[in-house]
Design a protein around this ligand. Structure first.
Ligand SMILES: [Zn+2]
Length: 97
């Protein structure tokens, strides 16, 4: 499926997140309009919510991880600030040149 050039913001290196459903890059998970008002981002490719787990309690995320849902792993490993690079053990293994 060809990428649409009008949606260039969705396929740049600046996209720090991915859709947990279709693995398509996304520039955000939600947009914050004010302190109490946020809007969950919808995926431009599949139309689903980019990352539903941002609203989930961590216990529910862990349950889906134990069920080996790939969407839960995409949430944990890509969309959260879960960094191994600063870890003294794993940082050596995953450090980029
Ligand atoms: Zn998607």
């Amino acid at each position: 499926m060809p990428m649409e050039p009008k949606e260039s913001e969705s396929d740049t290196a600046a996209d720090a997140f991915v859709c947990i459903n279709c693995d398509s890059p996304s520039s955000s998970i939600y947009q914050e309009y004010s302190k109490d008002v946020i809007r969950i981002t919808e995926c431009k490719k599949c139309g689903e919510i980019v990352d539903k787990y941002v609203e989930y309690d961590i216990v529910l995320v862990i349950m889906d991880l134990t069920l080996q849902y790939i969407s839960a792993y995409r949430h944990l490993l890509i969309n959260t600030k879960f960094k191994l690079l600063n870890d003294p053990v794993f940082g050596q293994t995953f450090a980029s040149p």
